[in-house]
Design a protein around this ligand. Structure first.
Ligand SMILES: NC(=O)C1=CN([C@@H]2O[C@H](COP(=O)(O)OP(=O)(O)OC[C@H]3O[C@@H](n4cnc5c(N)ncnc54)[C@H](O)[C@@H]3O)[C@@H](O)[C@H]2O)[C@@H](O)CC1
Ligand SMILES: [K+]
Length: 488
């Protein structure tokens, strides 16, 4: 089973909420599993539950409630800080229930002078460590630091909730960290727990009932980290996208550019052949257009394009270019100059794969284009289609979004599906919109995440547009609703 980062786990948790599985349900399963683990130990008459003010503490409160059912167990709870400081609704609800559970002792610790309470550490057969989980940030502060020392000082058996408190669950590094005998981590192994050792003890992965779709499909939890922006960020920091398109058509690159702007890119430039550049510029005052020398994309323009490529983070190439040998030659010379590329439409013709070294490439084919790329008919059934996409992406070292009723995205390692979108989006131009969205996101995150979230945002914006316009929706309507999805 593959390990995941704490950030990925957070995205999966949030996706669960959006699918209708509440965090408090997962918390109940997590806490009940901790209690079962305590009950399985040979000696468990005195159990001390040490809880923080986040959801890791919430899991610990649930465990305390489950343990309080047994007359032969003296379950006592120490909260790090004051009850008024409990930060999440789920944790607070579970804390409040403890009043009704006959808990044998409940203390709120703010400093190390509460010596009578510290006696509880010495009396405990088992300590449940629910101080800090995947929400830990920076060096451990008080009162958690003192409580971690107290846990480590005694001879009790220590069960860590999700991760030993103090450990960085992404890297496995820890300074002031609980030394657990066993760690029960939830849903999947975390990257920082893989090398089970002095902090973690044995690590068990516990199923807490996460729905499959929270992990296998793209949802809000994947997108949310991309919506945050530093208040002091300045122009350019949120992404500079260069669109290379147009010549045969003028609308396509403009749609990509507007979509990239609405997705939050700071600077979007269109480099387009001379015959269409004025037309493209006339579509909107928001567009910056660089006129190229010829009527089609040509190798003569490579020097101009080289400077433009260096001045942007991501190149989105292909929309409306046309399908001629001169254009293919130009594209072959352009791609080695790029670090990050989204290749769509005409750039998918005669494309040489794998991409040049140091060029990360996202492809956005529809089934017809994908059939041309692979030289094979596209599988009709979803699992076979997904495998085909996975194998293609792995062999060619690209990230691919195969557009369809269900979009499938793969980087050759993982496969994800996107359910957002609707039949109204079969209208022309929505593919150009998708490429622009993906380009803007690719400035801010890794290629696979940009591809997944791009497909999701495009489909969600299309769904809002469909609710208003039905089958009359246009690609420009999808663009208008990108901001509904990209708002926090
Ligand atoms: N739906 C969910 O989100 C679920 C979360 N679960 C649990 O929730 C945990 C994550 O919960 P949270 O995101 O609330 O985070 P945590 O409970 O891990 O930690 C957040 C709390 O710790 C404090 N804190 C952070 N860094 C600190 C430091 N360096 N020193 C002292 N205090 C610090 C914060 O101020 C906050 O009060 C997981 O590890 C798991 O145990 C489970 O209940 C399953 C479901
Ligand atoms: K913990």
């Amino acid at each position: 089973m593959q390990s995941i980062t704490p950030d990925r786990m957070k995205a999966i948790d949030t996706n669960c909420t959006h699918l209708g599985l509440k965090g408090i349900q997962l918390m109940e399963n997590a806490g009940a599993a901790i209690a079962r683990k305590v009950l399985s130990l040979d000696v468990h008459n005195n159990v001390l539950i040490v809880a923080g003010r986040g959801n890791n503490g919430g899991d610990a409160f649930v465990a305390a409630r489950h343990l309080s059912y047994y007359d032969n167990i003296r379950a006592r709870v120490i909260l790090a800080g004051k009850a008024s400081g409990i930060r999440t609704k789920d944790a607070l609800e579970n804390f409040n229930l403890l009043k009704h559970c006959g808990i044998k002792g409940l203390a709120e610790i703010t400093d190390s002078t509460q010596s009578d309470v510290f006696q509880w550490f010495k009396e405990a057969d088992v300590i449940v460590d629910g101080l800090l989980g995947t929400g830990i940030r920076g060096h451990v502060r008080e009162p958690e630091a003192t409580l971690i020392d107290a846990i480590n000082t005694g001879n009790s058996y220590v069960v860590a909730v999700d991760t030993p408190s103090g450990l960085d669950p992404a890297t496995g590094k820890g300074e002031n960290t609980v030394m657990a005998d066993t760690t029960l981590t939830f849903h999947r192994m975390k990257t920082g727990l893989e090398n089970q050792g002095e902090f973690t003890g044995d690590v068990e992965v516990i199923n807490i009932g996460v729905c499959r779709d929270a992990e296998d499909t793209v949802n809000r939890g994947d997108l949310e980290p991309l919506l945050k922006r530093r208040i002091d960020s300045h122009k350019g920091q949120s992404g500079r996208v260069l669109i290379i398109g147009g010549g045969r058509y003028s609308g396509a690159p403009a749609l990509s550019a507007m979509a990239a702007l609405r997705t939050g890119a700071d600077i979007v430039t269109i480099a387009s052949p001379a015959n269409v550049s004025d037309t493209i510029a006339s579509f909107s005052p928001n567009l910056i257009v660089r006129k190229l020398s010829s009527e089609i994309l040509h190798t003569n323009d490579i020097e101009i394009l080289k400077d433009l490529i260096h001045a942007h983070d991501v190149v989105v190439i292909g929309m409306g270019l046309g399908n001629e040998e001169t254009i293919h030659q130009a594209i072959h010379q352009i791609l080695p100059l790029c670090k990050k590329v989204v290749a769509d439409a005409d750039a998918l013709n005669e494309l040489q794969l794998p991409p040049p070294e140091n060029c990360e490439m996202i492809l956005t084919p529809h089934p017809g284009e994908f059939a041309r790329l692979t030289g094979k008919e596209v599988e009709k059934e979803l699992p076979a289609r997904a495998k085909m996409l996975h194998d293609f992406s792995r062999e060619n070292k690209v990230i691919t979004i195969l557009k369809g009723k269900t979009d499938i995205i793969s980087d050759g390692k993982y496969i994800r599906q996107n359910y957002s979108g609707n039949a109204g989006m079969s209208v022309g131009g929505t593919g150009d919109v998708l490429a622009g969205i993906v380009g803007a996101l690719f400035c801010r995150t890794d290629a696979f995440n940009a591809a997944c979230c791009g497909a999701f945002v495009n489909g969600e914006a299309g769904d809002v547009a469909f609710a208003k316009k039905g089958y009359g929706l246009l690609a420009t309507d999808v663009i208008e609703h990108i901001t509904d999805i990209m708002r926090q």
